[in-house]
Design a protein around this ligand. Structure first.
Ligand code: B12
Ligand code: SF4
Ligand code: SF4
Length: 316
């Protein structure tokens, strides 16, 4: 995650992203709800029922949000007739700016102890995106309007996200130690896992939703606000077959299989690494043949290393 290592100067200064910056418009786009009809949350499956499959976090189950959100924001600029006159840049999870702090300042919600931005009645299953431009927005900011202080929502005495986090990654209220977070390990981390990291994954092959599944703000949230492109039937859905992943032989095949999904980020070798880790955690040795025949001679050093680890684990 070295892309975030830029210091407060870049994280907090929009002129570093657009020199002519005058204002930022923050967007919150729901991708899932408690009523999502086509969705069986990956975490709702019992461990014994999903042997041979890896769990996928909700945000990655439908179409790739990077593409969908850029397109959406571009349409908004077009609809305002500003595409040719304004200087603007559109972002979502792509640059080192404090998206949750911006959303909180824009009063789209509040930051919960899990560090997620929570919008009451909508929950946490939301993406954040920004339009940074040289357009001055007239009118009084409600944030600066001290006469009408904003309604304060908080987590109260709840600590469910901390108690249920499988790796104790929420080390204090509002503080996530990314190195312990499953979502870091199975998406952002490059290279091999040590034993502790491998165990931490459990059955999560891409992302993790535990701290959100237990959050009371995600109960009784409406489907009506969920953006249709994030319907899990349009992407990979909640579970991935380990065997299918281990049989992906080339990067080209991987890109084709996961085109327009967020899984492209982890690359073929990362997804195979995760699949082997999940299989060890599920005590599943039925892939020994595929691993020995295909993966020990793979073009990727990471895949060869993880293949050797898998074989050692079950044959030592
Ligand atoms: C690095 C990163 C991660 C890391 C570290 C996460 C972390 N909590 O630090 C890892 C890989 C672990 C991760 C995991 C996930 N991530 Co992430 N991640 C990011 C990324 C790229 C940067 C966040 C970051 O570290 N910023 C630096 C720190 C210092 O800032 P911060 O976390 O925003 O929090 C600070 C401020 O909010 C500030 N603050 C707190 N309260 C207030 C109040 C006010 C008024 C102000 C001014 C400031 C302020 O203090 C906080 C601590 O310093 C953002 C996109 C972005 N550019 O912001 C997405 C983002 C935070 N991730 C997102 C998502 C969806 C996830 C996952 C749910 C994915 C998944 N299902 O697997 C998990 C959730 C884990 C969790 N509990 O946070 C969404 C969150 C949407 C939301 N509704 O909150 C974001 C915003 C991407 C997006 N555009 O939608 N992520
Ligand atoms: S995403 Fe998973 S590992 Fe990360 S803080 Fe939430 S529950 Fe813990
Ligand atoms: S689970 Fe509880 S403490 Fe954690 S973010 Fe949700 S309301 Fe806040």
């Amino acid at each position: 995650m070295s892309y975030m290592d830029r210091g407060p100067g870049l994280l907090c200064d929009p002129t570093k992203l657009l020199f002519e910056y005058k204002s930022i418009v923050s967007f919150l786009i729901p991708y899932s709800s408690s009523e999502t009809s086509n969705l069986t949350p990956a975490s709702s499956f019992e461990e014994e029922d999903i042997n041979g499959f890896g769990r996928v976090a909700r945000y990655a189950q439908g179409e790739d949000y990077h593409t969908v959100l850029r397109e959406l924001l571009r349409k908004i600029v077009l609809a305002l007739g500003l595409e040719n006159t304004a200087r603007f840049r559109l972002f979502s999870d792509s640059v080192p700016i404090l998206e949750r702090a911006l959303a909180s300042e824009s009063e789209l919600g509040f930051i919960g102890k899990s560090s997620m931005l929570i919008r009451p009645k909508v929950g946490t299953y939301t993406f954040l995106a920004e339009l940074i431009w040289d357009v001055e927005i007239k009118g009084e900011s409600t944030f600066q309007n001290k006469q009408q202080p904003k309604k304060q929502h908080t987590c109260g005495s709840c600590i469910k996200c901390q108690s249920y986090c499988p790796t104790n990654a929420i080390v204090a209220d509002y503080v996530v130690d990314a190195r312990k977070c499953i979502s870091y390990l199975n998406i952002e981390k490059r290279g091999s896992f040590n034993e502790q990291e491998r165990k931490a994954l459990g059955s999560w092959i891409f992302g993790c939703d535990v701290c959100q599944e237990v959050c009371p703000f995600n109960k009784n949230t409406p489907e009506a606000v969920v953006f249709k492109n994030f319907n899990p039937t349009l992407g990979v859905g909640p579970l991935l077959s380990i065997e299918n992943i281990l049989n992906i032989k080339t990067d080209g095949e991987f890109k084709k299989k996961f085109a327009n999904t967020a899984l492209l980020r982890v690359k073929r070798e990362g997804l195979i690494r995760n699949a082997l880790a999940v299989s060890i955690n599920q005590n599943n040795h039925k892939y020994l043949k595929i691993v020995k025949e295909n993966l020990l001679t793979d073009s990727s050093l990471l895949v060869r290393t993880e293949a050797a680890n898998y074989i050692n684990y079950f044959t030592k």
